[in-house]
Design a protein around this ligand. Structure first.
Ligand code: FES
Length: 62
C-alpha cells in the first residue's frame, strides 16, 4: 500500500527504514524519502506506521 502517493513511498518502505535503520520519527523518514514534501497528506498515516513498527521493534528488543 502506498502511504505517500505523491512520491510513491509504501508502508513497506517505511517499516523497512524503521526496522533496518532504526528510524523512529517522521523527520528521519523524510530525510531518506521525499515523503510529505508535496501535499503533506501522508504525514499522519506515516507517523502511525512508524509508531506501530517502532513498538514491535522495542517489543522484540525486550
Ligand atoms: S501523499 Fe505524500 S506528499 Fe502527497
Amino acid at each position: 500500500m502506498y502511504v505517500c502517493l505523491c512520491h510513491g513511498v509504501s508502508d513497506k518502505k517505511i517499516r523497512k527504514l524503521v526496522v533496518e535503520e532504526g528510524i523512529t520519527d517522521i523527520k528521519g523518514i523524510k530525510k531518506c524519502t521525499a515523503l510529505g514534501s508535496q501535499c503533506g497528506k501522508c504525514v499522519r498515516s506515516a507517523k502511525e506506521i512508524i509508531n506501530e513498527s517502532a513498538a514491535t521493534l522495542f517489543k522484540q528488543a525486550g
